[in-house]
Write a new protein. Structure first.
Length: 59
């Protein structure tokens, strides 16, 4: 009986585990996806025109 309670207590404590990984960021370095503003104004206009036409063709 005592061993069963100990096992149940140990299993209950494992459910409380929290991952403690820390992500360190360096100032001035963007590590995300490339920015869409890197395109020329003409390229941005073409992308927006294609997106608009994909949605608005049924109206």
């Amino acid at each position: 009986m005592k061993q069963t309670l100990i096992i149940i207590a140990m299993l209950g404590l494992t459910a409380c585990y929290e991952d403690t990984d820390v992500t360190l960021h360096e100032a001035g370095e963007y590590k995300g996806n490339p920015d869409y503003h890197a395109n020329t104004p003409e390229e941005r206009a073409e992308v927006l025109k294609r997106r608009f036409n994909q949605v608005q063709t049924d109206r």
